[in-house]
Each structure stands twice: as structure tokens, then as C-alpha cells.
Design a binder for this molecule. Sequence first.
Ligand code: TNX
Length: 494
Amino acid sequence: MEIAVIPAPVRAASPPGAPFVLNTGTRIVVGPDPATAAIATVVAESLTRLGGLAVPTVAKDSSEPGAVVLRLTDDRSVLGLSVDVDAARSMGAYRLEVSRDRVVVTALDLPGLLHGVATLEQTSDRTRGSVRFPPLVATDAPRFGWRGLSLDVARHFFDVAAVRKVIDVMAGLKLNVLHLHLTDDQGWRLDVPSRPELAARSGGTAVDGDPGGYYTVEDYQEIVAYAQSRCITVIPEIDVPGHVNAALHACGELTPSGEPAPAYTGIGVGHSRLHADLEATGNFLHDVFTDVAALTPGHYVHIGGDEVLTMRPAEYASLVQAAATHVRAAGKGVVGWQEIAKTPLGPDTVVQYWTGAQGAEPVIAAAQAGAQVLLSPAHKVYLDMKYDDETPVGLVWAGHIEVRDAYDWEPLDVIPELPAECIVGVEAGIWSETIRSVDELFLLLLPRLAAVAEVAWSRPETRDWNDFAARLSVLAPRWTEAGLSWYRSPRVQW
Ligand code: TNX
């Protein structure tokens, strides 16, 4: 380990020389591009937090020492990107140069500027009373364009403040997709303007009768905007046609008897379903997906589709197609769990693989028909699995997942028959059946989310478990400083 940065950069070297020190002369220089102004605000906030000194933003680059220059370019050669890296995959690439007098971050786009600053922040040394950044030259680019976390806020609810903490950690690890699992049997967590009864009646329920909660439209917009300011896209999931008891509880017209279903507070799966022969079902799908798409600036809406155990394939296909049709009518792309792979859904569909138990053939066939594949293999990246027997919360159905298990795997080996170009990326998942607090949430997320982030960002040749563990031991104390809980794996020397 030369430099403790997670995820490991493509290239980084520390030339000899004095460090850049944060002081009253430090300022952010944003150059002529107005789009960088918003990013500069975020960067100024985080440098201010690090050093305890206000860091102003200026437009003119004087030759005085102390400038942190954020510079957009369209010259890919500055970043050392080889020509075979396509535009989608080079999004977020950056070059970072740190010397005694200035820091220069150069990137093709705003995510790249933020990623450069994320690297800078991780290299900070605060052991001598001031904040110092050792000299550094790094060029870096992500391996995969989709580096996500799926967060279940349905089984137990996590409020806006908690989600902001998750977003902060994600941004530091260069993750760029926050998938919110907003609805399930136990609760409905987003107020849908055309269907206020959903959140009003099913926002308050949760597993074991624990307190629920839901996001108002303003709350949701706040999450989306906060994520966006960190170059993270929010993908909302409304899970249909199974995992719908909260909807059946709120809307009696969705059940065959016309009576609302009782609230469900257990943790079983596969028992609830929509009914294609009820007229109300079509209207529900239309209203919910149209509203959710309209509230969402990101390109994708997730339609769920998982674990529907009591429905014939034709009915399943018709309901999934109806959901997809409304998402597309709103101009969005469709994401669904791997079960949707059997349903023809056309281009601009992302199939999220999570288990080997169903066989990979439908996923491979969907990819051959033009779908893209997002990898969330449960036994590696389901961060609600316990680390070991002693972990106080979590499930075990996909096995124990120690930090190294979440780290030591190769995305292209998950479904070897899949052509690499069909794989959009990697998404960790955390399901909240057993998670009741922010401390429990981070105990399961960290450090494994850092491991998955490195799998998604870094190329195999820069990845090595022992090196990762050494970098982790340098960076983990920062989670403590930020007030976050994390798991001190006995397999890492802290
Ligand atoms: C499987 S993954 C589920 C979820 C559970 C999770 C618990 C998937 C698409 N479905 O409903 O919460 O396992 O780990």
C-alpha cells in the first residue's frame, strides 16, 4: 500500500515534496464553466468540515499558493484514458495533482471532479494539528458505470437524515446509484400524489409492529437533490406484482374480495400479489408508475418483479409489462429483479441478477435480446447477511458474508456466459427486516460497502485483499470520527 485510497485508483504515485496544507489562503477555483459552481459548493463544504476553516470559491486563478482548481476538459489524453474506454465507462474519470502550492482536479464531467476530490479527502493527514495532503499524481477511471446500493426502507423505515448519511458514505466511495426499495408487504414509504391513501394507510406499518414512516414528496425531492449534488442518481423501486401487501392494505379494490388486506408485519416473502383481472389493478399501476416517474429526474424506475410465487407466468408477464409500459410512457428506462428476464420487455431494460437459485439462462437470453445486466449476487453483496454467528442483526439465507467475501470476487465470473458489454455494473443490497436503527444499518454496511465499491470501480489488476485490508485500516477510523458504526472484522489488522 503506497496510498490509502478506496476504491483503488488506476494509477497513483507520491512524488517527493512538501504537502499542500489547508489554511486561510485555501480557496476553490472553478474556472469559466458555470456547471462547476454547484460542485464547488459541495467541495467547499467538505474541505471546510475537514479543516474547520471557511474555504471560499473564486472564479480567477491567481498564482498565489493555496488554490484547489476544479477544471473540466474534453481532452481525454489528460486523463490517460486509453481509446478503448467508451464514453459511458469513462464518465467520472479524473486526474488529481497535489503539490505544495496547489491542487488541480481535471475531469471530463462533474462526477469526475467530485471523484477527484473524494480521493483527495481520503489522503488527508490530520496527525499534525493541520490538514495536510501529501504530494500526489493520480489518474483514475471507473471500471463499471453503475456502482450502486439498494436500500430497503420498506421493512423498516429510514428517514431523510439517515439516507443523507448513506449518501455521504456512498459519495466518498465513488458509488453513483442509490436504489430505494420504497414499497413491500410491510410498508409503503412514498407519498404518491394521485394515491394519497397508500402512504396514509400503509406508511405507518413496519416489521414487528415497529414504527413506520414515509417520505412526503418534498422529502423525496430532498433526497433526490442531495444525491444529485453528489452525482448520485436515485432509482425508486415500486415492487410489483408481488411484495404488495402494503398496497392491498391501503386499497381494498386491489383484492378479490374488495376488502383491504390486514397489515403484514412478519418477514415472509412471496405471499402477496396483484390480480390482473381486477380493473383497479391497471389503474393502480398507471397512477403509481406515472407519478413516481414524474417525481424522478433519473433515467430509471425499478418495477421490482421478484419472488412472485403464486401466479401463473402469463398473468405475471402481463402485470410486469403493464408496469413497464407506464414507465416507458414517462420516458424512463425499466429496471427489474432477475425474474423479469422471462418477460420480453424490449430495449432499455436492466435486469438485476441476485441469485443463482433460478438458473442464469433467462438472464443470458434477455441479454442476448438486448437487455443489460446489473450484478447483485446475494452471497457476495447482500449486506444484510451476517458477517458470522456473532453478528447481532442480519439474515443468513445467503450465508455469512465476511468482508473478504464481499471483496474477493470477479463480476465477469458471476455469469461466465454473459458478454462483458452486457454488464452495466454492480449493486450492493441491504434489506431491512432485522435492521431497526442507523447504527445497525452502518454496522452491516461498513466495511463491506467499501469492498463492493472497489469491486465495481477498480480493475482486477489493482485489486488485492491484503492491500485493501491495509487501506481499510487507515480509512475506517474516519467512519468513527463521522459517528458511524462499523464492523471490526477479526480478519483485518486495525
Ligand atoms: C430476497 S432479493 C429478497 C427480499 C428479501 C431479501 C432478504 C430479492 C429480490 N428479494 O425480498 O428482503 O432476500 O435478504
